[in-house]
Design a protein around this ligand. Structure first.
Ligand code: PMV
Length: 363
């Protein structure tokens, strides 16, 4: 069984003085939702996500050896400009991962990061941002230990990303990723995400995700507050066992391509996530009236046309519209005609299933 000890490195074989690494990591959208966690970012239930392709963070990590190794030292830039308010989160991340990356205090870092999606879109950048930083740090570790294999690289990148932001661990590798121990997947772990291990049906190839930006404001409830509320939630145990059950069914569906079952599982998961928020204490409604308008239109369109389009939601008001590639024309027409009016400033983002993080440059 995987243990955190697997991620504490042996002495490094090489030494390096400086360099610069650019990587990208995508956002991901959960189909079976992670909601509730234990200490050290251990999920209360397993989740499965599709990896996105266009919505991503691109991070350049420049590093140079420094004289003393007493403290962390880094500058943080967002789109090339200093971003002081992001620094505490990175400082905390470095503290959490230091034991697994003992070289951290020996370098000064400049972290320059940008997102391909608008900053105030309501799309969380923590998953892609933390995944990109974790992958960039792993590139440094690989230079220090060139014998590292890809499996360890990806597992540890995911392990580190998880310590930055839970769902970030699903943004490292693969088009569908499972995070959290589940009986059907022998390789699954609470410590990191793993690629969905079975062949995925053709119907899900290039699966489309059009993100309707209903409310671009800052999240009303941070996900950490939401996760914490599950500790005392009256329906928590039921929910956690439901997630196991839904993941089992979704696994079958992803292999047999039954889109009507897919729609049922995915929409039920989205509404259950919001139901958990509505029934916690304190309680929240994160959907907006326009979220519900969109949901009702999707249901009507599906009834009228038989096209297997469905929605999922994050912990916010935006709607992810999911559909197979072969109905893109019809669904995009429907979105433009009936749904765009419910988006803030008519904004939406067309994305599709992607493959995970990438190394762009290594100097
Ligand atoms: O990774 P966090 O702590 O921001 O939590 C993400 C939670 C959801 O997006 C609502 C669900 C999920 O599995 O991604």
């Amino acid at each position: 069984m995987a243990s955190v000890l697997n991620f504490i490195p042996a002495d490094y074989k090489q030494s390096i003085n400086n360099g610069s690494i650019t990587v990208s990591a995508p956002s991901n959208i959960a189909l079976v939702k992670y909601w509730g966690k234990k200490e050290h970012q251990i999920p209360a239930n397993p989740s499965l996500s599709f990896t996105l392709n266009h919505c991503k963070t691109i991070t350049t990590l420049a590093f140079s050896k420094k004289d003393n190794a007493d403290e962390f030292s880094f500058d943080l830039l967002f789109e090339g400009k200093p971003k002081e308010d992001f620094k505490p989160k990175i400082q905390k991340f470095f503290q959490r991962i230091e034991v697994y990356m003992p070289f951290l205090k020996t370098f000064h870092f400049t972290i320059d990061t940008q997102n391909t999606f608008p900053h105030s879109s309501g799309i969380a950048s923590s998953a892609s941002g933390m995944a990109a930083l974790a992958v960039a740090l792993m590139q440094i570790e690989r230079q220090l230990n060139p014998e590292m294999d890809d499996k360890h690289f990806n597992q540890k990148a995911s392990f580190l990303a998880r310590l930055g932001s839970g769902s970030a661990c699903r943004s490292i590798k693969g088009s569908a990723v499972i995070w959290g121990k589940h009986a059907d997947f022998s390789e699954s772990s609470d410590l990191y995400g793993v690629e969905f291990p079975f062949p995925i049906h053709e119907h899900f190839k290039n699966y489309q995700d059009t993100i309707l930006l209903v409310d671009k404001g800052k999240k009303e409830v941070s996900s950490s507050v939401g996760h914490d509320l599950m500790h005392v939630h009256p329906f928590a145990e039921q929910r956690f066992s439901q997630a196991h059950h839904n993941l089992h069914h979704l696994s079958t569906v992803m292999q047999n391509g039954n889109l009507s079952d897919f729609v049922n599982i995915v929409e039920s998961e989205a509404l259950t996530l919001h139901a958990m928020m509505m029934t916690s204490m304190p309680y929240f409604v994160l959907m907006k009236p326009n979220t519900l308008e969109i949901i009702n239109h999707i249901w009507k369109f599906r009834r009228d046309t038989g096209i297997p389009v469905c929605f999922t939601l994050d912990a916010g008001a935006n709607v992810h519209v999911l559909y197979p590639e072969n109905v893109s024309v019809e669904v995009l027409n429907f979105i433009k005609k009936d749904l765009v009016g419910y988006c803030e400033n008519g904004q939406y983002i067309c994305d599709l299933i992607g493959q995970g993080s990438k190394l762009i440059m290594n100097n």
